[in-house]
Design a protein. Sequence first.
Length: 466
Amino acid sequence: MSEITLASAVRQLELLRSGAVSVTELAEAHVARIERLNPRLNVFADFDAERVREQVRVLETATERGALHGLPVTVKSSIATAGYRCEIGSLLDQGEVPREDAEVVARLRAAGALILGTTNCPEFLMAYETTNLLHGRTSNPWDMERTPGGSSGGESAAIAAGLSAAGLGSDSGGSVRVPAHFTGICALKPTPGRVPGRGHLPPCVGPFSILGAIGPMARTMEDVELLFHVLSGQDVCDPVSAPVELRQPSVEDLRKYAIGYFEDDGIVPVTQETRAAVQAAAQALRDAGFRVEPFRPHTLERLRKLWNVFFVQCGAMFYEPAIRGKRERLSPIFTEFLSMAEAAGPLTATELLNAWAELDLLRAKTLEAMREFPVLLCPVASVPAWRHGERLWDVEGETVAYLDAMRYTQWFNALACPAAVVPVGRSAEGLPIGVQIAARPFEDEVALGIAGVVDREFGFRPPPLV
C-alpha cells in the first residue's frame, strides 16, 4: 500500500472508484507515510491523524460522491482552512485557526477531497525558501540539505514525497512554480481569479490582485488539470474572478498556437542543464506537431523591475502596520525581505501611481508582442534547488544573486499570465529541473494542455527519499 501514495491523483481516484482500494486504506497509507517521513522533511504546519480519520468516517458513508471523493490533499497554510492552523509561518499569527474555508478549500471539500492538513511556508510568504521561527525549516526530498523552495515549499515537498496526492499553493512571484521546479512536480499559476482567491491570507488586494493567484500542485499535469477543472469558475464575491467558461481544447486545437522559446533572458545566465531542459521540451513539442521557434519579448527586464516595485516595496508597505514594534519576533527570512525593501528606498505615492500606469502599458505591449507567439517556453529559474541559506551562485562564470536567479517566474506575475511548470531535466547533482509554459491571460487551458504534452514525454520521477 505504501507505493500507492506515489501514484498520480487520477490513478488514486480510479482505484477508489473501482473499489480496488477504500477511502480508509488510502488515507491510512498516507498517514503512515506522513508519520514516517514528515519528521525528516517537516512539511506540515498542522497535521492530526485522528482528524483525518474523522473525515474518512464521513466520506465512507457519504451517499453523494464528488469528483475528488476520498483523494488525500494538503493546503498551504496561507489559504484559510477551517479548523486548521493557518499562521502564514509567523509568530505574530501563532495559533490562528480560521472559522471559515477559503472559497477554493470549500470547493475541495464539496468535491469530496480528504484534507490531510496545512503545509509550511516562509513567514508572510516573502521568500523562495521555506523556513520560519514557528515551524522551522522544510527540506527537499531530493536532498535534505536543500530547500524545496518557497513560498509553497511545504506543499511541494509533501506532494513530491507522496505525503499528499495533490494540493493548493499560492503564487505572487513564482511561489508554486519555483517549488515545483525544485522538487520535480507540476504546478499552475492561473490567471488571477480563474481559481478563486478569496480567503487567501493575506488577501490578494491592490497590486497583489494582479500578481497573486492560488494554484494547484500535483505530480502530473493531468492531476493539475483535474484540480483546475474542479476548482475554477467565477466566485461572484471575488472582484477579480471573471465569468470565464471552462474550455477543453484538443491537441489539434492546441497545435494552432505557435510557441516561442528562450533559454535565458539575455541578462542573467542559466545552468547548462537548464538550457538543455528547455531545448528538450521544445523538441518534444516539435515532435508532437507544434510550431516552436526562438522568440523572447523585449519587455522582460522592465516587467521584472516593476514586479520588484509591487512585490518587494509594496509588500513591505502592506506588512508595516502588522509588524510595527514587533520586529524582534520576526524570522531572519522575513527580516531579509525587509532589508531588500529598505535597500530599494521608500516608495512615494507618485512613484507608485506611475509604476501602476506603466505596468498596464507594458502588459499591453507584451501581449501585442505575443500575437505571433501566444505561448512562451522558458526556464523556471537560473538554478535548481539550492542548499539551505544559499544566496549566490556561479553560473556560466557569472555570479548570480538571489532574486536575479528567480526572475524567470516574476514576469508572468506582472503580466497576470497563466504559467505551468513541468519537470523535464536533471542537474549534474541529479536534482530536478522544470520548464515553464506560459500563455496569455485567461488562456489557462492552453498552458495546461501544452504543458500536458510535455509532461507525457518526460513525467514524474520519485525522489530518493521515499
